[in-house]
Design a protein around this ligand. Structure first.
Ligand SMILES: [Zn+2]
Length: 455
């Protein structure tokens, strides 16, 4: 199904998708007549015209539905989804495309966060150039697009010269891919960098390239000043902020409440995301509650990265007797969401020292999130966490949802209920962009062989 030529029904101006099972929470202004099953899914027929959704009706599932006039207006070419789920295209709100796919030349020797950091710094010192970043970054875009993602935010290592090189490549690729992917970039430096004049220049550069201000904070006596500084630099330039926060299982890591309190004190009004926030899960209950209230009050979005955190957190060395990992590494996604805080899941690193696996597949991200964070029983509106919620925190209108008048940017799966959807990889999915099926061929790893050849 990867070849668009094999899907002639999608090439005309007008056609129907029948028997499509859609998570009800992803529908804009759903018809109150739609029946919703126990898993929150609703069976509909859709009509697509000129790349947009023209109508959504309850699927004709027998005489009663027909009698109620629930069929589409007139016969048109039809694809029968046979009850398979249909989702809006995915939104991946936290990636590191500039580091992606270096694993073959720069693996992580022991799987720890510390070794990952050391390895990527050494890799960049040796290899960072436009010729190295461009093909790897584009490899990530190709995978994402083929698997049904339509918008990506990537963090980009931005220390000194690296910023110019990688943001240069990013801007080229953002332009080259503008019709296929909405791309956003966040600068990534240690927050102390913003206390320097280079840090201020980096903030200026983010304003120039339409980027987002970001960085990673580490617990230290100056952290509060650094957080205040980065928010002020963003505030004076009207920039959104996206931070790496408390990526550890150390209860003493408390940057999240610090960011929230500072944002409140500064009356920070741009969009603000805090990502990872793992240590919140290992802090005392009353402290957790206070932090969640602050996060809510400050209007912070939380992005959880379950696959990468499961890989890095609680990693123990080969020499340790008790080397079995015991905790899952995720933040309090349920408690945050229950308090009204937007919670998104994203893929994070891909085949680099921070995470040795991954394929930029947001269905995999969601499937693993469901398993790691127990997003099932009930699934509720968690399908929004990789679609609508990240679209909103990225400021993308009408993305990650399905509604009449919206572009037909859709992913058609074979899986019907969630057990079917999440038990197989769904690599036979069909991706429609503006109503047309796309070429879903994944890039061959061999494309990067020459680049990654270890001398
Ligand atoms: Zn990250």
């Amino acid at each position: 199904m990867s070849d668009s030529v094999s899907l002639p029904w999608s090439q005309g101006n007008r056609y129907a998708l029948r028997q499509a099972r859609i998570p009800h929470c992803l529908l804009v202004d759903p018809d109150p007549q739609l029946r919703v099953d126990d898993e929150g899914l609703t069976l509909v027929d859709l009509e697509i015209e000129a790349g947009r959704i023209r109508q959504i009706r309850s699927a004709a599932d027998g005489g009663a539905a027909k009698a109620a006039g629930s069929e589409l207006d007139s016969p048109v070419p039809t694809y029968d989804c046979r009850g398979g789920q249909v989702w809006p295209c995915f939104v991946d709100s936290h990636t590191h495309l500039d580091k992606g796919h270096i694993w073959p030349r720069t693996p992580n020797p022991d799987g720890t966060f510390e070794q990952a950091l050391a390895a990527v710094i050494a890799d960049a010192e040796q290899y960072c150039s436009p010729e190295d970043v461009y093909p790897r970054l584009e490899f990530g875009l190709k995978c994402s697009y083929a698997l049904g993602t339509q918008a990506i935010r990537t963090h980009i290592d931005a220390l000194d010269e690296q910023a110019k090189i990688s943001f240069g490549v990013f801007q080229q690729l953002r332009e080259a891919w503008r019709d296929r992917l909405a791309l956003q970039a966040v600068c990534l430096v240690s927050l102390d960098y913003f206390m320097t004049s280079q840090g201020e220049k980096l903030a200026d550069m983010m304003a120039e390239v339409g980027g987002i201000l970001g960085g990673v904070g580490f617990q230290n006596p100056q952290l509060k000043d650094q957080v205040e500084r980065v928010l002020q630099l963003a505030q004076t330039r009207g920039l959104d902020v996206d931070l790496h926060v408390d990526e550890s299982n150390d209860p003493e890591d408390k940057m999240l409440p610090m960011v929230a309190q500072t944002a409140l004190d500064l009356r920070f009004e741009q969009r603000l995301s805090c990502d990872h926030c793992c240590s919140l899960a290992v802090q005392p209950k009353d402290q957790q509650q206070q932090t969640i209230e602050l996060v809510k009050a400050a209007g912070i979005n939380i992005i959880s990265l379950p696959m990468c955190n499961l890989y890095l957190q609680d990693r123990r060395s080969q020499e340790q007797v008790d080397k079995t990992p015991l905790w899952r590494g995720i933040t309090l996604v349920h408690e945050l969401k229950a308090a009204g805080v937007p919670v998104a899941f994203a893929s994070d690193n891909c085949r680099d020292p921070f995470f040795g696996f991954g394929d930029h597949d947001m269905l995999e991200v969601w499937r693993e999130s469901v398993r790691i964070a127990h997003l099932d029983q009930p699934y509720g509106d968690w399908p929004r966490s990789v679609t609508q919620t990240p679209a909103e925190l990225m400021g993308l209108e009408n993305v990650g949802r399905i509604g009449v008048g919206l572009p037909a940017d859709l992913v058609l799966f074979q899986g019907r209920g969630f057990s079917e959807l999440l038990s197989r990889s769904q690599h036979d999915r069909i991706v429609l962009r503006r109503g047309k099926s796309i070429d879903q061929t994944l890039p061959d790893y061999r494309e990067l062989d020459e680049l990654l050849r270890v001398n």
